[in-house]
Design a protein around this ligand. Structure first.
Ligand code: SF4
Length: 241
């Protein structure tokens, strides 16, 4: 009995510790602790769990509300010549999230990411991974097309990047794939050439990030497609674990 009291005392202390950290419930299954509960008259409450503090979905935030928040955004100078904001698309609970640098001409017209020639290559890659486009989430670092498809500038990236970070926070993918130098540098805050970054996992907010070549680069340098395929094998290997 004394041993059981000690266990209960430790559990109470642990719960107080997690409560101070901001947790309002712990995801414990009844079957996992049934031995401890037997004979105590205690049971696990069956109500819907209260979301953890910081769980944006639980606070009514969603990809849809984020998109509404961005409507008509003029926070940076890219708003001047865009036709559409290209928010991103895909499964809201995607295990894989692809992030490119910014919309091109076709994306700007259709308000969808990766729908031009580079997008077709990306879609083929996703299919070769045994997935459908709808299974993954695809977004860009900046949501408006840089004029003449120039690279997004530092001030534009630093203004817009909070949106893609919020998308990551809401989707919580298992793995992020950064397509090209700009996306990798912006998310990982490094300045290492993509040829050295690619093929090795880095981390953003605890999520593994695989930098690889941008599909537009692969269209110009098809001989390097096998390198990206190699990177994707590493992603698949980690995803299956
Ligand atoms: S690129 Fe981003 S920050 Fe700039 S106007 Fe478009 S949505 Fe707003």
């Amino acid at each position: 009995m004394e041993n059981k009291n000690n266990v209960i005392h430790d559990v109470v202390k642990s719960m107080e510790f997690y409560r101070e950290l901001g947790f309002e419930y712990l995801p414990v299954k009844e079957e996992d602790i049934s031995d401890y509960l037997s004979g105590t008259g205690m049971s696990i409450a069956q109500e819907e769990p209260v979301p953890l503090k910081g769980d944006k979905r639980g606070e009514g935030q969603s990809l849809e509300s984020l998109q509404e928040e961005m409507a008509g955004c003029c926070r940076c100078k890219l708003s001047g010549e865009r036709k559409n904001i290209v928010f991103g698309e895909g499964h809201p609970d995607a295990r894989l999230m692809f992030i490119g640098e910014g919309p091109g001409r076709e994306e700007d017209i259709q308000a969808r990411p990766f729908v031009g020639d580079a997008g077709k290559l990306l879609t083929n890659l996703i299919v070769k991974l045994g997935l459908k486009r709808e299974d993954v989430y695809i977004a860009n670092i900046v949501k408006c097309r840089p004029p003449y498809n120039r690279n997004p500038e530092d001030d534009e990236i630093s203004t817009c990047i909070s949106f893609v970070k919020e998308q990551i926070n809401l989707i919580k993918p298992e793995i992020i794939i950064c397509l090209g130098r700009i996306a990798a540098h912006a998310l990982l805050e490094v300045k290492i050439p993509i040829s050295k970054l690619r093929g090795n996992f880095s981390s953003y907010d605890g999520i593994p990030v695989m930098p690889t070549f941008h599909p537009a680069y692969l269209l110009r340098n098809p001989k390097d497609k096998w390198l990206t395929w190699d990177d994707m094998q590493k992603v698949l290997g980690k995803l299956k674990k």
